[in-house]
Design a protein around this ligand. Structure first.
Ligand SMILES: *[C@@H]1O[C@H](CO)[C@@H](O)[C@H](O)[C@H]1NC(C)=O
Length: 267
């Protein structure tokens, strides 16, 4: 089947995501988020307000998302909607002036699927708009209280919900994860991944990509790939802790490429 082919591309620190799937994704089996539930959640959009991907506010000038969400877009073609649980009614809209992909991001394997957006103006924080905490150590493995949020589809063929959905997931060991994914050829998960799962019919779908997985207020993962949608296999996230050094370097150099191979797209 087609999805098996995508999964086949997962290598160490790789991610799996078909181009088709990368553009549109949503949570299946989630619950409506309440106003202010996930004040770090953003909707990455076209300038017409079409939702492309999820993301999270990590400081007043920086947004994190998946690399495949921003790959190929000049900064001038994207906007970031914040401070809302309805992406069609943003509390505020922000504009990136630079986009940074991980130095070792590549396609079609989606390795190191992390992207940072630098905004041209500071975000004003309020009750509905906050930066999420960044990890300083690994979260407890096996944690059952990981919260994932997104505006992704509620079924594989569905349209996007306007109201943000949230789902509670449990961290899975790579061994458990790989066994649930065994029907999908070789899945080689590495230290850059986090695997999270709830049950069949609950999980990520089109439009959720790049969205935040949070443990007690700390961002632990960014949605990398999933088998669409909620088919009883885990969702795979990039481990934010694993990418802390890269993030710190990229943010503190204020946009300067820290490594020769880093791709910078400016609009
Ligand atoms: C930021 O970008 C937006 C959209 O291009 C523009 O309207 C705004 O004036 C810019 N702000 C600054 C400080 O350059």
């Amino acid at each position: 089947m087609a999805f098996a082919r995508f999964l086949f591309h997962i290598l160490l620190c790789g991610s799996l995501y078909g181009n088709l799937l990368a553009v549109e994704h949503f949570i299946v089996g989630g619950q409506n988020a309440a106003e202010g539930d996930a004040p770090y959640q953003v909707s990455l959009q076209t300038l017409l307000g079409n939702h492309l991907c999820g993301g999270a506010i990590i400081s007043d000038r920086w947004i994190i998302t998946a690399g495949h969400c921003v790959k190929g877009y000049p900064a001038s073609r994207l906007q970031v909607a914040s401070g809302t649980i309805r992406y069609t009614a943003p509390g505020a809209v922000h504009y990136p002036d630079a986009i940074y992909l991980h130095c070792n991001y590549d396609t079609p394997k989606y390795h190191n699927d992390i992207g940072l957006l630098h905004l041209n103006e500071s975000i004003s924080f309020n009750a509905l708009t906050q930066a999420v905490g960044l990890p300083t150590s690994s979260f407890p493995r096996g944690a059952a209280d990981l919260v994932f949020t997104g505006w992704g589809s509620q079924s594989a063929a569905g349209t996007l919900p306007t109201q943000l959905q949230r789902v509670q997931q449990q961290h899975l060991s790579f061994q458990a994860c790989e066994s649930l994914l065994s029907a999908y050829e070789d899945v080689d998960l590495g230290p850059c991944h986090i695997c999270a799962y709830r049950q069949t019919n609950i999980g990520a779908c089109h439009g959720d990509s790049g969205g935040p997985l949070v443990h007690q207020g700390t961002l632990v993962g960014i949605l990398n790939f999933f088998v669409p949608c909620a088919r009883g296999v885990p969702d795979i996230f990039m481990d934010v802790m694993y990418y802390r050094d890269w993030m710190r370097q990229t943010m503190s150099d204020n946009g300067k490429c820290a490594q020769v191979s880093q791709q910078t797209i400016t609009g």
